[in-house]
Design a protein. Structure first.
Length: 140
């Protein structure tokens, strides 16, 4: 109606007038973040994740080992297919460079955890730390 009378009114002015006359705008609810990144210090929790992409119509995979606290990439490997051998090798290299993490959180993309997801951190026990973080006999 005001536009037909050649009055120009901004959206803010219209809203202000409506609020003064009793109109209450709807309140939007903000969604809280899922809290996926919840480590309190560096090397408390590492995420292991594969990223799939195509290079000249051929599928390739990139493995990332990421620190949960700082989102630092502690290790990575480019592999043609998902398999356990490059995961173990990349993890051992990241342990040698940056130290042993307190826990691991594999994602659904890893072959060993497909379908289970990551409800929380999986702490490394003493036995698994020795086997996963020790040098293979071929390195000596």
């Amino acid at each position: 109606m005001l536009k037909r009378s050649e009055f120009k009114v901004s959206v803010g002015t219209a809203r202000h007038v409506m609020e003064e006359n009793g109109y209450l705008p709807p309140k939007t609810k903000r969604k809280e973040p899922a809290g996926r990144y919840e480590a309190a210090r560096p090397r408390e929790l590492y995420h292991l994740d594969f990223y799939h992409f195509f290079v000249h119509k051929q599928k390739a995979c990139m493995l990332f080992i990421e620190d949960d606290f700082s989102r630092f990439i502690a290790g990575w490997a480019m592999v043609p297919v998902e398999s356990a051998a490059p995961v173990i090798e990349c993890f051992e290299q990241s342990v040698q460079c940056y130290g042993r993490p307190e826990g691991l959180c594999p994602t659904e993309d890893l072959p060993s955890t497909r379908g289970r997801g990551c409800p929380g951190s999986r702490p490394l026990t003493q036995a698994s730390r020795r086997s996963a973080c020790s040098k293979p006999s071929s390195w000596t």
